[in-house]
Design a protein around this ligand. Structure first.
Ligand code: ATP
Length: 329
């Protein structure tokens, strides 16, 4: 008998708890042996206990095999940035795949953005030199660039993807992006079965909007990845359908891209799709590929049949949509 994998569940604020509950029901229905442990974090936690991310939550996340996160409100940066840092999750996987039945610009869009999660302009090296001058340092290292390039090519190899595009701005960022590209090129040599190309971030942004089928897997630095992955979310119909994974060598954290949506919280209006897809990514991460696919197929079928929340054109509440997905599994 295999031991149940320990999953730390951090529902957080607003609709975070609703969509996470929906995801948990779907995961339970998948039949995979998982042991869930709930933890507090977020704005309500700051109010109640004086900390947005209690030590107990952090310890639970560190101990678990994977973390399922919901959403955090105003304290999101504090909670999620600290979790990512402590868990050492240097990869941010941001899929943008369109669903049949959801109106969007590009119904056949299917892109995976592999974003470096620890450095670049987000390394936090900023100075206010004078009242009128401020600087930020763009940190790019060989270690982080190599491991993100490796993650992208490994993702491509394991998921039958055909091409990796490294996105950069080397004509302006001559030193930092030269190093980033050097690492991507080196890693690309070890994956002859995956095509490799490079694209300037500005032209990639334009081409993504005009013809996203030109891209398959995109690997890029932190800031470009942040912007392009939201752009890609727009191509497929918005944040309600976008999961994300934060992966490191020892830990993994899965979170919907959307926030706590206080405007609709507590009304059963939240679309649980992103969280349910997080659940599927979590299963795939733990090696339960068949069950992950089952969830993804059931979710796609439910969405296509409009067995979904109002934002997807359906008439179901959050938990009813979870039940519809389960019924199709
Ligand atoms: P936060 O401060 O936590 O980021 P926010 O409201 O500023 O919250 P989002 O939570 O991303 O940012 O919400 C943006 C808009 O999208 C809101 O109008 C919200 O109702 C809607 N929205 C976000 N997620 C969902 C969802 N899962 N289902 C339905 N609507 C959603």
């Amino acid at each position: 008998m295999t031991m149940a994998a320990k999953i730390a569940v951090i529902p957080g604020d607003g609709i975070g708890s609703e969509v996470t509950e929906a995801c948990l029901q779907v995961l339970e229905a998948s039949g995979v042996a998982l042991e869930f442990q709930n933890y507090h974090a977020g704005d309500y936690c700051l109010e109640r206990f004086g900390r947005a991310l209690p030590e107990e939550t952090l310890a639970g996340a560190l101990e678990a095999q994977a973390v399922l996160f919901g959403a955090a409100g105003a304290s999101a940066a504090e909670v999620i940035l600290r979790l990512r840092a402590e868990l050492g999750t240097y990869v941010n996987l941001r899929p943008a795949k369109a669903f049949r039945g959801v109106e969007c610009l590009y119904p056949s869009c299917d892109i995976m953005i592999v974003r470096e999660n620890t450095e670049c302009l987000y390394a936090g090296i900023e100075s206010r030199l004078t009242a009128d001058v401020a600087t930020a340092t763009r940190l790019i290292t060989r270690g982080a660039s190599r491991r993100i390039a490796l993650s992208a090519f490994e993702y491509a190899r394991q998921n039958g993807r055909k091409k990796v595009t490294a996105v950069h701005k080397v004509n302006v960022l001559r030193k930092t992006d030269a190093l980033f590209l050097e690492c991507c090129r080196e890693v690309a040599k070890d994956y002859p079965q995956v095509a490799y190309e490079e694209g300037l971030v500005d032209s990639v942004a334009m081409r993504l909007v005009m013809d996203p089928s030109a891209y398959d897997v995109i690997v890029t630095t932190n800031l470009f990845g942040d912007i392009l992955s939201d752009l890609a979310a727009g191509l497929i119909g918005g944040l309600g359908l976008c999961p994300s994974a934060n992966l490191g060598d020892e830990h993994a954290l899965f979170e919907p891209v959307h926030g706590s949506a206080p405007d609709i919280a507590g009304q059963g209006l939240a679309n649980p799709s992103a969280s349910i897809m997080c659940g599927a990514m979590l299963l795939r991460h733990l090696g339960h590929t068949a069950q992950a696919e089952k969830i993804e197929k059931a979710l796609a079928a439910a969405i296509a049949a409009k067995e979904a929340t109002p934002d997807l054109g359906g008439g179901l509440k959050t938990m009813q949509m979870a039940q519809a997905v389960i019924a199709r599994m």
